[in-house]
Design a protein around this ligand. Sequence first.
Ligand code: ZN
Ligand code: ZN
Ligand code: ZN
Ligand code: ZN
Length: 197
Amino acid sequence: MYNALDENAVLEGVKKFGPAPGARKMMDNEMLHAMESIESGTYVTYWYEKKKIECGRIGSNSKCFCGHLFSCHNDKYFGKKFDVSCKNCPCKVFKFVPTRPEECGMYWLVRRKDFNVHKWRAPCKCNHTHEDHMPNYPLRCTKCGNCDNFRAYFACISCDGAWEVRFLFNLLDYYFHVLFNHLKILINIKQDSIFIV
Ligand SMILES: [Zn+2]
Ligand SMILES: [Zn+2]
Ligand SMILES: [Zn+2]
Ligand SMILES: [Zn+2]
């Protein structure tokens, strides 16, 4: 087993062996979802309003609380006909949940011998998974009598905040991001050339 004890050792390890399979999967999804937002012009994020940060990109492989993927939901994000309901079940609004334990910082789980990542579902404090809860409010547990609303037994890996229903569909912001990044590059080039001169 490879034990990395500091930042350099981690970097060496990643160079040598590549990222862990879970991390690789998360990076692949980030990439896929970024490509999807470029193609569609719609930028969908898991947004934390309190800290005003994006905790992750949402795309076809993201999972909803109802157990179905983002791609199984309708995609009318704007205007009066707003509709992000599920085509496979009564879920009315897409609600992002983590698909893998690594997405909520539970790296140790995948190291367990008999752990099956495909069977893992984000848990509630009542010990049942999001799929055992009603897909619409109140998110009541169907397996036990003392859970009226899903209470996440995990935190968001990006902001360390508790799970809650939050997402943002944004078209304009996406273009702003692209424009801003181009401007940043231009400014950097300019600064470099001033520096060289
Ligand atoms: Zn859903
Ligand atoms: Zn569904
Ligand atoms: Zn529950
Ligand atoms: Zn329960």
